[in-house]
Design a protein around this ligand. Structure first.
Ligand SMILES: Cc1cc2nc3c(=O)[nH]c(=O)nc-3n(C[C@H](O)[C@H](O)[C@H](O)COP(=O)(O)O)c2cc1C
Ligand code: SF4
Ligand code: SF4
Length: 437
């Protein structure tokens, strides 16, 4: 059976599934039950400075986007960091760590960008015996207006400075949690590395307005008719998170820096994708908030079964396996040719592929043949764009098939060339580096 044990910057856990810092991890009552359900680790809900706790709104703090079957796709929140006092959190963390020595317990921290504040809180956290700290440079609402959260995460110099303080004032491993609300994720990741971070984690939530109530014209969630931007997460953000993880994993300056992957992880498959793109483990929030702590059981068994089936013995066998296959567009092989193929036995003749291709792609799917509804690909027109595959309601009914080298591409009238050729060498590229004749 596959070995799911995880060692992330020296923090050990029985599996790579950690709960992200958020409501599921904001008190001992929750964290104890999460560990009972099987979670390998937990990042405690973000702690703030000693003093009066932060104040949350007393009305709706969530909004959402759903699929047609009402399945939750994206969650938006305007919640702040923990609204429980620091000493209560520290006391509970210490007790939980004593009760669960084999699980990872990480403290998330967000205090003002002032050296004294960090120097003051770090020993208090260290005293609890937790395994590490995560610096919350991510929250895009509420705390950022106070100069914390994403307000720090958007300035690489601040990230570097705070990470340096943390490395100076604590022996605990430091995980720097990045905000996706930035144009190029490599800059904050590089800054964290320069500051000496042990790892980065990403993504925190994305700045968003999830919807507008068209009766009251208030953004949702609405607090007495007014709304503010919130943080977006859940399955909808996974593609953004995967790309950011891959960008860091393949950047020369941050290559092989440990990454904790966060954003939309709902199934074992999502987790495996994060691992393949360079994450050493994953963190989960929305899936636990939607389906409860026991969802981890399916994640563990699914990942384990898949690893057994593929012959992967440990997480190291998967981690980073897809990184080398992420490239820039200009290096894609322009001699690769694929065509759509429709399985007539599977087709229910709904016509969606025809409409999509006819109206917005390349007019390459029939609708009527010999007076009857019949959907087939016209190879002379098909550019292999994959749109029909994605709109077809029947899984695997339309597939894209690569033309073998030497076959004729009926659209271009050219034989498929076995050689690799990309845009950097293409004659239409004014910047092309073409070998002199
Ligand atoms: C209600 C809510 C509160 C959150 N609070 C925190 C927080 O206190 N600290 C933090 O670092 N991230 C916080 N997050 C962000 C999550 O830890 C996580 O980065 C994000 O939700 C993406 O993961 P997901 O798609 O699995 O939800 C919060 C998320 C939600 C939904
Ligand atoms: S792959 Fe694109 S061009 Fe080809 S049939 Fe499908 S939608 Fe049309
Ligand atoms: S979308 Fe799929 S099921 Fe519908 S007609 Fe096209 S191939 Fe058939």
């Amino acid at each position: 059976m596959a070995d799911l044990r995880n060692n992330f910057v020296g923090i050990k856990s029985p599996n790579p599934f950690w709960l992200a810092s958020a409501p599921p991890t904001d008190k001992a009552y929750n964290v104890e039950r999460a560990f009972k359900a099987g979670w390998g680790g937990v990042v405690w809900k973000t702690l703030g400075s000693e003093g009066p706790p932060v104040v949350n709104v007393n009305g709706p703090r969530y909004g959402a986007i759903w699929g047609a079957d009402r399945r939750l796709l994206g969650l938006n929140n305007i919640e702040l960091i923990t609204d429980r006092d620091l000493q209560t959190n520290l006391r509970e963390m210490k007790q939980v760590k004593m009760n669960w020595p084999d699980r990872a317990l990480v403290a998330s921290i967000m205090v003002p960008c002032v050296e004294e504040e960090w120097r003051a809180i770090l020993p208090l956290v260290e005293e609890t015996g937790v395994d590490g700290i995560e610096l919350n440079f991510g929250c895009p609402h509420g705390m950022s207006e106070r100069g914390m959260g994403s307000a720090v995460g958007q300035v690489p110099e601040y990230i570097e400075m705070v990470v340096r303080w943390c490395k100076q004032y604590t022996r605990m491993p430091v995980i720097t949690k990045l905000t996706p609300n930035i144009s190029d994720i490599r800059h904050p990741a590089r800054a964290a590395k320069r500051g000496g971070t042990d790892a980065v984690s990403l993504i925190n939530t994305i700045s968003s307005i999830v919807s507008v109530d068209l009766d009251t014209f208030s953004p949702n969630p609405s607090i007495g008719g007014k709304g503010s931007h919130g943080g977006y997460c859940g399955p909808a953000v996974k593609p953004i998170a995967l790309n950011m993880v891959a960008e860091i994993a393949r950047d020369a300056e941050t290559y092989r820096m440990p990454i904790s992957g966060i954003g939309g992880v709902t199934t074992w498959r999502d987790a495996a994708e994060f691992l393949a793109l360079g994450a050493g483990n994953v963190q989960v929030c929305t899936a636990a908030m939607t389906y409860g702590f026991k969802i981890v059981e399916e994640m563990i068994s699914g990942l384990s079964d898949w690893m057994d089936e593929k012959g992967h013995k440990t997480l190291d066998d998967i981690t980073g396996r897809a990184v080398g296959n992420v490239t820039d567009w200009q290096f894609l092989n322009l001699n690769y040719v694929a065509k759509a193929h429709i399985d007539q036995d599977a087709c229910i003749k709904c016509g969606r592929c025809h409409i999509a291709c006819e109206d917005t792609s390349h007019q390459a799917i029939t609708q009527m043949v010999d007076g009857v509804r019949y959907f087939e690909v016209i190879e002379e027109e098909c550019v292999g764009c994959n749109l029909c595959v994605n709109v077809c309601p029947v899984e695997n009914c339309i597939t894209l098939e690569a033309l073998p080298a030497g076959d004729l591409d009926k659209r271009t009238g050219k034989v498929v060339d076995p050689a690799y050729a990309n845009w950097t060498q293409h004659p239409n590229n004014p910047m092309a580096v073409v070998a002199a004749e």
